[in-house]
Design a protein. Structure first.
Length: 465
């Protein structure tokens, strides 16, 4: 008797992986069949239909009747159901213009109320969104889903992803909220930085005769990212606490408004330490100071990232070395001296040393002193030894890593061009997936319609139209 024969006698096949897949498919089909029965039961319920008709009046829709459609559940398999259909009222016709074709005129309000978008169930939406933001493109994501037995073209996948993003963004702060941010005596590290991506904007004017496409410009823009994490007594990140990561492709004012919303959702009054850390980017620190004043964070610390400070101090050292034509040994010696003084926060001593070294020179002292004044003007942000001794972080490596993982690996790349709106949606969703919060976002976002319906505010929600 062989091993294969023993295995076959138990599983009816010598391939355990094949047996496992067969059993999962069998019981998944039974489960989905039961779900469809219950779904049809709900949609045919006269009291449920009455509630939908009341809602349709607020949505400027009227009931047409029941229509047989297909929906996809978690397996990706299509199931037929009878869904109540509502017709949206036509917009008023403007004088002198022919009416445009109305998109999305038919609405399945019952499915929308259950969180079923594009006839796709919440469980399948979660799988699709995960693939869409983790894979390098929607085309690759569609192929990956096909490997899981879910057939879906890239355009439908893109539509589902962006529609879900619209819902989840309206509760983006709630998607990241957790009890761990309400505890007393927490130590917060808030880091901000910007990435790089290309914006796709169409060329103005009419398309030339014989030209297939109008063409587009691909200028660089800067999507910005924030990360809020907690650290321990040694200034190290607490890995058991999932950080808050989000981003914006709008202006700096919009970005800091987003950061302010997140900070307002945290128990700042009882936080033992609040640290803002970033590089010396233009516009960051004045807005950070304004944010601190607006939130009345009297105990907040501002720390300029030590690595960026060293890089900019090296630029000052290079000016001195090149001007004095120092040897490699002498250059390394003065570089070490600068770094020690920088670590101790002795910016004034560095300035005096530069003046002393470059005495009698013309242009070099001005360039070096300008660099010191522009980048190292606020000395309180460079007291690294004091920060380290108090157990505070001295670097913003977490945001540098987040920029790479959230933006660069999905948004930035050869042949990738975005509208700013779509780029922000992918950044937001990818941050949720990488921090393990997509499931919560699905519950919050897809349940938003029902919550607003219960609160009689559904007419204010044009997101699922």
């Amino acid at each position: 008797m062989t091993v294969d024969s023993v295995i076959t006698s138990v599983f009816d096949t010598e391939d355990f992986a094949q047996y496992e897949q067969k059993i999962y498919e069998k019981y998944q089909e039974i489960a989905e069949h039961e779900i469809i029965i219950k779904l049809n039961e709900l949609l045919s319920n006269p009291f449920f239909l009455l509630l939908l008709k009341q809602w349709s009046g607020q949505c400027a829709c009227r009931f047409l009747g029941y229509r047989e459609i297909t929906v996809r559940l978690k397996s990706g398999k299509r199931w037929k159901i009878l869904s109540p259909v509502f017709l949206r009222a036509k917009p008023k016709r403007k004088r002198g213009r022919a009416p445009k074709r109305q998109k999305g005129a038919l609405r399945h309000l019952g499915l929308e109320l259950l969180g079923i978008l594009n006839q796709t169930s919440p469980a399948l939406i979660e799988t699709c969104v995960s693939m869409a933001v983790l894979c390098p493109s929607f085309e690759v994501a569609a192929n990956a889903l096909r490997g899981l037995g879910i057939t879906m073209n890239e355009h439908l996948l893109q539509n589902i992803t962006f529609r879900f993003a619209n819902l989840a963004k309206s509760v983006r702060v709630e998607c990241n909220s957790d009890d761990v941010w309400q505890k007393p005596n927490i130590k917060l590290l808030i880091c901000v930085d910007g990435g790089r991506a290309r914006e796709r904007s169409p060329k103005p004017g009419q398309r030339k005769k014989g030209q297939k496409r109008q063409g587009y410009y691909t200028e660089w823009f800067e999507p910005r990212l924030l990360i809020i994490s907690q650290f321990d007594e040694d200034g190290k990140k607490i890995k058991s606490v999932s950080p808050i990561i989000d981003g914006s492709s709008g202006s700096l004012e919009e970005f800091f408004e987003l950061l302010k919303k997140y900070l307002l959702s945290i128990n700042l009054d009882e936080a033992s330490e609040i640290v803002f850390c970033a590089d010396g980017g233009t516009g960051i620190w004045p807005r950070t100071e304004k944010l601190i004043n607006d939130l009345k964070l009297s105990n907040a610390k501002q720390i300029l990232d030590y690595t960026h400070a060293k890089q900019n101090m090296n630029a000052v050292k290079k000016i001195v070395s090149d001007t004095l034509k120092l040897s490699d040994k002498e250059s390394k010696k003065i570089s070490k001296q600068f770094r020690e003084m920088l670590w101790n926060g002795d910016i004034n001593d560095i300035t005096e040393l530069v003046k002393k070294k470059l005495i009698g020179k013309r242009k070099a002292p001005k360039a070096a002193l300008k660099k010191l004044d522009d980048y190292f003007g606020e000395h309180s942000r460079f007291q690294y030894k004091t920060f380290f001794d108090k157990g505070l972080p001295t670097g913003s490596g977490s945001i540098e890593s987040a920029i790479r993982r959230v933006i660069n690996l999905r948004i930035k790349g050869t042949g990738l061009f975005w509208s700013k709106e779509h780029a922000e949606k992918i950044i937001f969703l990818r941050a949720l997936v990488l921090t393990g919060k997509l499931k919560r976002a699905c519950r919050k976002g897809l349940g938003l319609v029902r919550n607003m319906f219960n609160n009689n505010t559904i007419e204010c929600l044009p997101l699922v139209a």
